[in-house]
Design a protein around this ligand. Structure first.
Ligand SMILES: *[C@@H]1O[C@H](CO)[C@@H](O)[C@H](O)[C@H]1NC(C)=O
Ligand SMILES: *[C@@H]1O[C@H](CO)[C@@H](O)[C@H](O)[C@H]1NC(C)=O
Length: 372
C-alpha cells in the first residue's frame, strides 16, 4: 500500500521548484558551480577567465558559495549521499532547496551546520550515526517542509523544529520518550513516521502531541501495549502494527473519529470491547490480522464505509451470519472489497454464504483452509 507519506514525498519531489532549469548544467571546470542566486552570470564568466589567466590570490574564495567537495550540486539540489562524511559539509550553497546527506557517518548536528539555508525545503539525514542535535541546529531552516531522519541514533525528537515542517520521518532511531511540547507550534505538520523506536505508552508525556493537526501517524514496530490516548484527533491514518497491544477498550478509539485507515496488525489483541469501533464512522480499512482474536469484532455491520477488513491469522473459530453485514438493506454505503479470514480455526463450509451478502465480489473474500 502506498502510504500517504510516500505520496507526499512523490508530490514534493515532482513539485520541487527549479527556477534555474533553464540553464542546463555543464561541468566546464572547477569554478563552474551553480550560482544563480547571486544573479551574476557575467561575474562568474569574468571570474572564470581570471582564474584561468591569473594567480589564486585574486580569487575571493571565502564568501563564494560552492559545491562541497564530492557532492553534486544541480538545480538547487545538493547531493552528498554515500560519501563517508562524518560531519555536515561546509560551504553549502545558500540557495539550496534540497540537501541529501543520507548514508553517511555523521554523528552530530552542530549549531551552525545549516546556517543561512533559509531556502531549504527538504533535508535528508537518513542512515547516519547522529545521536546529538544542537537545540538551535534547525533554527535557520525557516522554510523546511520535509525532514528525513530515519535510521539514526536519536534518543529524543530534536527540539525547535521549524514551524514550516510538514513531514517528518524519524523511523528506526532509539527514541524512548516524547516530551510534552515537543511539537509545539508545528501547525503545518501533516505526517509523522516514527516507527521502529523502542517507545512504550508511558514514553509519551501527556500533551506530547499537543498542537498537531496530523493526517498520518505511524508508530509501528514499537513497544506499545495499548492505543495511545493522546494522539491528534485530526488523524486520517494511524498505523500501530507490530506492537504489543493486548486489547482495545471502549474509550481507546473515541478520540479518533476521522480515521479512514487503522492498522493494528501483528499485535497481541485478544479482545475488542463491544462498541469500540462505533467511534470510527469514516473508517474504510481496518487491519487486525495476526492477533489473538477469537471472534469477529462487533460493530462491523454499522460501519457504513468499511471496505477492507483483515482478520487473517487470528484464533477465530466461528463466523456468524450477521458479523459483517447489516440486517436491513441500505445501511451500508459501500460494499466490502476485501475481507481476509484465512489462517483461523474456522471451517469455511460452516460459514453461511449470506454472511457475505454485502461484499462486492466473491473474490474479495480470502478464506482458505485452516492449517494447524
Ligand atoms: C458483545 O457483543 C456480542 C455479540 O453481539 C455478545 O455476544 C456479547 O455478549 C457482548 N458482550 C458484552 C460484554 O456486552
Ligand atoms: C484459541 O481460542 C481457544 C478458545 O476458543 C483457546 O482455548 C486457545 O487457547 C486459543 N489459542 C491461542 C493460540 O490463543
Amino acid at each position: 500500500m502506498l502510504s500517504h507519506c510516500y505520496l507526499l514525498l512523490f508530490l514534493s519531489v515532482a513539485q520541487l521548484p527549479s527556477p534555474s532549469s533553464a540553464l542546463p548544467f555543464e561541468q566546464k571546470g572547477f569554478w563552474d558551480f551553480a550560482m544563480d542566486s547571486m544573479d551574476s552570470g557575467g561575474l562568474m564568466a569574468m571570474m572564470r577567465d581570471e582564474v584561468e589567466g591569473s594567480g589564486p590570490d585574486e580569487i575571493p574564495s571565502t564568501d563564494i558559495p560552492m559545491c562541497p567537495f564530492g557532492c553534486h550540486c544541480r538545480l538547487r539540489v545538493v547531493q552528498c549521499s554515500d560519501l563517508g562524511l562524518t560531519e555536515v559539509p561546509k560551504n553549502l550553497p545558500p540557495d539550496t532547496k534540497f540537501l541529501d546527506l543520507q548514508n553517511n557517518q555523521i554523528t552530530e548536528l552542530k549549531e551552525n551546520d545549516f546556517k543561512g539555508l533559509t531556502n531549504l525545503y527538504g533535508l535528508s539525514l537518513r542512515n547516519n550515526l547522529i545521536s546529538r542535535v544542537h537545540p538551535k541546529t534547525f533554527v535557520p531552516l525557516k522554510n523546511m517542509q520535509k525532514l528525513y531522519f530515519s535510521k539514526n541514533l536519536l534518543v529524543s525528537i530534536p527540539k525547535n523544529l521549524p514551524a514550516s515542517l510538514v513531514e517528518m520521518r524519524i523511523h528506526e532511531n532509539r527514541i524512548r520518550k516524547v516530551a510534552a511540547g515537543t511539537f509545539a507550534g508545528l501547525h503545518n505538520m501533516n505526517c509523522i513516521e516514527m516507527g521502529a523506536n523502542p517507545i512504550q505508552n508511558s514514553g509519551f508525556e501527556p500533551g506530547a502531541f499537543k498542537g498537531l493537526k496530523l493526517n498520518y501517524l505511524r508508530i509501528s514496530e514499537s513497544r506499545l501495549t495499548g492505543v495511545p490516548k493522546d494522539l491528534p484527533e485530526s488523524l486520517n491514518e494511524l498505523h500501530l502494527d507490530q506492537n504489543q497491544i493486548q486489547a482495545i477498550e471502549l474509550e481507546d478509539l473515541s478520540r479518533y473519529k476521522n480515521l479512514i485507515r487503522l492498522g493494528l496488525g501483528y499485535n497481541h489483541i485478544r479482545n475488542i470491547e463491544n462498541g469500540s469501533l462505533s467511534y470510527l464512522p469514516m473508517l474504510r480499512e481496518l487491519h487486525l490480522d495476526n492477533n489473538r482474536l477469537t471472534r469477529v469484532p462487533t460493530g462491523l455491520p454499522d460501519m457504513k464505509y468499511l471496505q477492507v477488513v483483515y482478520l487473517h491469522s487470528n484464533n477465530i473459530s466461528q463466523v456468524g451470519v450477521n458479523d459483517f453485514c447489516p440486517r436491513g438493506f441500505g445501511m451500508k454505503r459501500t460494499f466490502y472489497n476485501g475481507i481476509s479470514l484465512f489462517a483461523n480455526p474456522v471451517n469455511y463450509w460452516e460459514v453461511q454464504p449470506a454472511t457475505f451478502r454485502c461484499v462486492s465480489d466473491r473474490l474479495a473474500i480470502q478464506f482458505g483452509n485452516y492449517k494447524k
